[in-house]
Each structure stands twice: as C-alpha cells, then as structure tokens.
Ligand binder design. Structure first.
Ligand code: C2E
Ligand code: CA
Ligand code: CA
Ligand code: CA
Length: 278
C-alpha cells in the first residue's frame, strides 16, 4: 500500500503540474490569441415561443488554441478576469459582434437585439458604460437593440460605480439582464435596489421541470417574483418540448436553449435569415 500511495502522489503531482501549465498557457496566450483571431464568437438565438420568431442573439466567446484545442469560456473568461485581460477581450467581442450585427441589419433586415455578457469587474470601472456608448455610436448602432447580461456577484453589489454604470446603460435605452438568476449572490433585495430590466432563469432551474415538484415550485416562484417586480424573463438551457410547454403555459415565452438553437457561427446566422425571413 505504500507503493500505491507513492503512485497516487506522482499522479497528483502530474495533474497539478498539467493544471498549472494549462493555466499559465492561457494567461500568457490570451492576448495573442485575441490578436491572432484564435478567439472568435458564436451567436445563440433567443426565440419568442409564441411566434416562433428570433427576438435576439447572445454572443458567446470561443477559443480554439494551437496547443490545447478548444478551451471553454468557462475556463478562460475567469482567467482573463484575474489576469487583467478581460477588458481587451470584451472590447474585441463588442467590436466584432457590433460589426456583424450591423451587417445583419442592413443585409438581412434583422431587427432584434444583441445581448453581450459583461464581467462584473468591468462595471466597477467608472467610465465603462460611456466607453460602450462610444463604441456603438461610432458604428451608428441603434442602442435600443443592445442588451447587457451581468451575473449576481459580490463585486457587483459592493461598488458604487456598478450602480452608476447600470443606470447609465438604462438611460441609453439598453436592457440590463441578470444572468444565471438564482445561482449567485443570495440576497434578493438588489432586484429592487438596482436598475434592472430582465432576469435570465438559469438552466439548473429549467432542468427541474418534470424531475422534481419542489424544483418546479421554485421555478414557478421565480417566474411570479419576476412578474410582480415587472421584470422581463427569459429561460435558458431549454432542451426539451416538455420544458418548453411547461414554461410557455406559465407565460414564460422567451426561450434560449438547444431545443431551438445551439450557438451558431456567423455564416449559420446569416443563412437563417436568408431562408426564413424577408
Ligand atoms: P452563460 O452566459 O450562462 O451562457 C450560456 C451557456 O450555456 C453557453 O455556454 C451556451 O452555449 C450554453 N447553453 C445554451 N443553451 C444550452 C442548452 O440548452 N443546454 C446546454 N447544456 N447548454 C446550453 P458557453 O458558450 O460555453 O459559455 C459559458 C459561459 O461563459 C457563459 O455562460 C458566460 O458566463 C461566459 N462567457 C462566454 N462568452 C463570454 C464573453 O464574451 N464575456 C464574458 N464576460 N463571459 C462570457
Ligand atoms: Ca449570458
Ligand atoms: Ca446564463
Ligand atoms: Ca452560466
């Protein structure tokens, strides 16, 4: 058994080493990856289940690295936040997705919105909302077609600048959505104190449909809560017809999930409109 322990230690050492090596690689190569277009963007449609029409898209970052292949945004966004690269990545995401949507509007007549994920780190920067405004104004971007998604987090609610930025966004006519609603920061008072327009109900709640009556009760309460606070709702991670029907029968008709669409590349998005719209 001594031998076994020794092997386990070696194994652990190897795993730790690999983990650190990967992390270091990500940290050191993020900037280059963005410059060399190893990082690009996919767009996941959001659908009005009542009409079947696409109402908007969420832009999601992707990294295909030379060394490790696909690296998930769950992994690299977090590292980008810690290593200070998140501002550059976000700027790239905005520039590219704004330009693409500009084309989608003029070439394909798309009139829905684009939703972007903003790290709470960025919102603690006092001039951030202003910077976003400058970006879309340079591109003649109709601002009422922009949404931002923020996650519940401690930094989000502990900096006064966050509040000012959110207020600034709303004054600009930009919809502010709480992403992964119900999974982060636990106090709900912020729903009432903060300038918010929409909640995105996390997949973990949607997954409870047909599985657990307590889970369904919780999801129902979230929908009621949103309704009574006059917040819009979208459900994410909807994968089945049963989930869809359950949600729609409770008036939650904004839907994002594999049931309708996975995240799509620019060509696939364009093709969508060439086929169905106009
Ligand atoms: P998120 O904002 O909650 O995005 C939804 C994630 O769920 C996406 O994963 C999407 O591909 C996935 N998803 C959508 N529908 C379904 C479904 O029906 N079933 C399942 N199993 N999954 C579904 P993705 O693209 O891997 O992104 C993961 C997270 O990374 C995002 O979670 C977001 O928090 C973060 N992220 C991605 N791009 C960016 C970015 O540009 N900036 C920031 N700050 N965060 C980003
Ligand atoms: Ca999101
Ligand atoms: Ca989410
Ligand atoms: Ca998430």
């Amino acid at each position: 058994s001594k031998k076994l322990k020794g092997n386990q230690a070696v194994l652990f050492h190897d795993e730790l080493h690999q983990h650190l090596e990967r992390r270091l690689y990500i940290e050191e190569n993020l900037k280059n990856a963005a410059e060399n277009d190893e990082i690009f963007f996919m767009y996941q449609p959001q659908v009005n289940a009542r009409t079947g029409k696409i109402i908007g898209f969420e832009v999601l970052s992707r990294w295909k690295s030379a060394k490790f292949g696909w690296i998930s945004p769950v992994e690299f966004i977090h590292i980008a936040e810690e290593s200070g690269h998140i501002a550059d990545l976000t700027r790239k995401m905005m520039k590219e997705s704004f330009a693409f949507f500009q084309k989608l509007r003029t070439d394909c007549g798309f009139s829905g919105f684009l939703s972007i994920n903003l790290s709470s780190k960025l919102l603690t920067d006092p001039g951030f909302a202003e910077e976003v405004r400058t970006l879309y104004e340079q591109m003649n971007w109709p601002k009422e077609t922009l949404e931002i998604e923020i996650t519940e987090s401690v930094p989000l609610f502990s900096s006064e600048h966050v509040f000012d930025n959110l207020e600034d966004f709303r004054k600009q006519g930009i919809c502010v959505a709480v992403d992964d609603f119900g999974t982060g920061y636990s106090a709900l008072s912020y729903l009432h104190d903060f300038p918010l327009d929409k909640i995105k109900v996390d997949k973990q709640f949607v997954d409870q449909i047909d599985k657990s009556s307590r889970g369904e009760a919780l999801l129902s309460s979230i929908l009621h809560l949103a309704n009574s606070l006059d917040l819009l709702v979208i459900a994410e991670g909807v994968e089945t017809k049963r989930q869809l029907d359950w949600l729609v029968s409770r008036d939650c008709f904004r839907i994002q999930g594999y049931y309708y669409y996975r995240p799509l590349g620019e060509k696939e998005v364009t093709a969508l409109f060439e086929k169905t719209e106009t």
